[in-house]
Design a protein around this ligand. Sequence first.
Ligand code: NAD
Length: 420
Amino acid sequence: MAVELQQSKSAFAIAQRRFDRAADVLALPENTRRVLREVKRELTVHFPVHHDDGAVHLYTGYRVQHNINRGPAKGGIRYSSNVSLDLVKALAMLMTWKCAVVGIPYGGAKGGVVVDPRQLSPTELEHLTRRYATEIALLIGPEKDIPAPDLGTTPQVMAWIMDTISMHAGHSVTASVTGKPVDIGGSEGRQDAAGRGVTYLTLEALKYLHASEETPTVAVQGFGKVGTSTARLLQEAGLRVVAVSDSGGGVYNPKGLDLTALHEHRKFRGGVSGFKKADDVTGDELLELPVTVLVPAATEQQITERNADRVQARLITEAANAAVSPEGDVILHERGLFLVPDILANAGGVVVSYFEWVQDLQAFFWEEEEINTKLHHVLTRAFYEVLHTSVNKRIDMRTAAYVLAVQRVANATTVRGIYP
Ligand code: NAD
């Protein structure tokens, strides 16, 4: 029983279950299945960091590569107290499917450090980042594995990683990370890319659903990098953003939120709660509001068997990785809610990261308009491929996305002749 409970909470076990479901639909041969359901490499590092008060703290970090048969490994770096090897393995596997479903030539990876970055001074954060980058340097590099920002990391963190790798190499290795500031080889449009992708896909899904509301309403859980871009871009596209939340709670105004005023409030108060032009709601209440679109853009396991039957949105665009649990998936599907699954919904980030890497390798940079047009093309194509798979095979959208992705990775694995 205890083991069962532990397994059901393992993020990697959940990722494997989702893979198994797709492998069953595809009737994937046992050999290929065995290889794809495990990660290729996992590195754990423990490293010291000098704090400002002179004390030395020991931190633990990870870098995991799940699969590199379609190209170099790609995946973000997360700074959070919730980071564990199990979670990083799950997120690395997710990256493999994400890159495959949108058809970019990468495998999947993920990294992280067990730390709450808000507890560190800027100097401590820089020391920690440089030390972690040095520890994982044996795995990363433009042809091998290219990190990017994720929860708790920023373009500044990417700049420190790139600088550390470059110091070791003796020259600037701009293509070693993506999500960097534009001044050092970052891409136009990268900052908003994940949120822009969520926006494009939400609009495409609403079109498909023939949403009848004159002004569809939106609730966004998580007001970080992805959540803020998504809220702003959906509002610019004519939707009404009525609720947002962060880890301190949420705010709701059925007439729509003034996002500019909310940003000012947050700067001052450190969170969205207490915003005068809206009512406070709890994080859980936000997920159950009567809206057209719900965008979970915070963290894993937010919509589960605990609350999936109370979600009122017609469309969920799953911006945060694994925001819906497998049990939540079943309930939402049975209730007829339409889900744009994480590996597709938030792929905008990795697609523009791919564009950034290509630009760095060629030392030839594109305008933002060109990047957004290409992003729209890649995501819309992937959306309809997933939708057709879902309709043709009579499977839900998540399974359809996995089926497409797993098939592509399995093809690459087989054609390379490594595993017949
Ligand atoms: P972030 O650290 O910038 O923001 C996370 C936000 O979520 C913060 O506002 C935090 O307060 C809030 N939050 C945390 N727990 C919460 C809770 N229980 N309820 C409500 N809000 C909560 O992180 P981000 O980069 O915006 O990433 C968000 C999600 O999107 C993650 O799952 C990440 O893996 C995924 N993602 C990010 C990118 C990217 O380019 N940044 C790309 C693809 C996927």
